[in-house]
Ligand binder design. Structure first.
Ligand code: ADP
Length: 151
């Protein structure tokens, strides 16, 4: 089945630079199914929880300040292998190491302004989805293109 889910979030720079539509379009065009999406100003507490694994890093305070600097677009996308494919669509953490054709490789330069987040494993996707969305915010629908995307 194709029910794997990932958590993708357009960061404040992606919103400010008007890239929301283009990033959403890439996942839609690939054939992935949108399960949920919001436009929201996250709290410091939520961001510190989201990035809890990086708490010891020297860049943690600037990462939180960057992520607090404006609204973000958290999303849940569903489909076959979507966690790994989502990471490939994003590119590397450092945009300068990201190939053209990837979101970070096409739209960004600095590691501290890398446009978009994507879960790095199925396990962290589950944690992040539960952190950012309530169960009743996750839609249940069948895309009419399903049979044209999957064999
Ligand atoms: P990813 O977002 O690719 O999963 P990490 O989880 O390692 O990468 O880091 C989270 C975010 O922290 C990165 O997307 C980036 O915005 C920021 N970051 C990571 N490493 C650095 C660094 N060396 N300097 C500044 N910011 C960083």
């Amino acid at each position: 089945m194709s029910a794997e889910r990932t958590f993708i979030m357009i960061k404040p720079d992606g919103v400010q630079r008007g890239l929301v539509g283009q990033i959403v379009q890439r996942f839609e065009q690939r054939g992935y199914k949108l399960v949920s999406m919001k436009f929201t100003q996250p709290t410091k507490e939520l961001l510190e929880e989201h990035y809890a694994d990086l708490k010891q890093k020297g860049f943690f305070p600037s990462l939180i300040a960057y992520m607090l600097s404006g609204p973000v677009v958290p999303m849940v996308w569903e489909g076959k292998d979507v966690v790994k494919q989502g990471r490939q669509m994003l590119g590397q953490t450092n945009p300068l190491a990201s190939l053209p054709g990837s979101i970070r490789g096409d739209f960004s330069i600095d590691i501290g302004r890398n446009i978009c987040h994507g879960s790095d494993s199925v396990e962290s996707a589950q944690k992040e989805i539960a952190l950012w969305f309530k169960e009743n915010e996750l839609t249940q629908w069948k895309s009419s293109t399903h049979e044209w995307v999957y064999e």
